[in-house]
Write a protein that binds this ligand. Sequence first.
Ligand code: F0G
Length: 363
Amino acid sequence: PTFEEFSGRGVWRYAAALPFEAGVSLPEGDTPLHEVPRLREDVGVRTLRVKHEGMNPTGSFKDRGMTVGVRVARELGVERLACASTGNTSAALAAYGARAGMETLVLLPAGKVAAGKIAQASLHGARILEVDGNFDDCLEVVQALAERGEAYLLNSLNPFRLEGQKTIFFELLEGFHADEGRYPDRIVLPAGNAGNTAALYKALRELVRAGSLTDDDVPKITAVQAEGSAPLVEAIEEGREAVERWDDVQTRATAIRIGYPVNAPKALPGIRATGGTAVAVTDGAITDAQRDLAREGVGVEPASAASVAGLRKLRESGVVDADEDVVCLTTGHLLKDPDAAAAAGTEPEPVPNDADAVLDHLG
Ligand code: F0G
């Protein structure tokens, strides 16, 4: 593939804010900013839009980071790309590594990665190592490999990943302003390692510094975690500068089953400086929000629905006002976790192979 192939499109439309003019591209970005009128009415805010990052080539926002990160790796001439992952990073790295013709290695927490994501990593030809431990353990191992020069690390600790992910928010703000004639008051997003939260803050600061956004227009960064893995929320609630590692993390939203958000030092100041907050939601509320989005035709994986569940909770507690303009970020596609989707949806009904019998059954 040539770097020029998709220059000027999607992520690369924002090349002026990126370290290169083009990258290893499939291409990525240009995701929809959905209207969800029934959900908006139900939650009770002035405007609610959903930026669906599940519509990227491998079905998650990770592609925006990989198009930049894998370009850097290729530039450096490294031999092996590697990441730890709850699934989506591994799927994206496998695809972008394949595109660049490079060897990829992914470390996954055994038994805790959704089926669609492993299938992607597998078919794109990554070497998949299943670690007896959680995501945080996997990240420690892969960091050690990178420090020994055995692999190039493409987790969100790699700053080039976050450069690409800034474009989610350039696109979001540009799209919202084009439709509504103003900027949103608040951006709500799920947080695991808090890489996206950090990328959002960096994007906002760059826009302010460039004079594209005034201080008054800066949206409140609002991060959502699952109750069973919420170290970032704990740090915000307790007013601490750093997160404390949770060794035992539990949630059905496996993408954000993370006990030590490595980007917290970049994310916490952003949440505070923009007047935002962080909130934890139950797995039940996440499933309800997944259904709410599905009813609007928007299919997302559980971690993505955390943003909507968090917004609902903050609206109910009065932290979010009725007159706010809000954008929720949904980070991954429904098909990433088919088991979670099937469990949250309607049951298939067995019927005979006969129209009359089918009508009888329908009642
Ligand atoms: N949503 C989805 C669907 C994710 O896959 C992730 C992270 C997040 C949200 C959280 O983003 O880490 O920037 O706060 N997934 C990583 C992975 C950890 O390995 O795929 P964050």
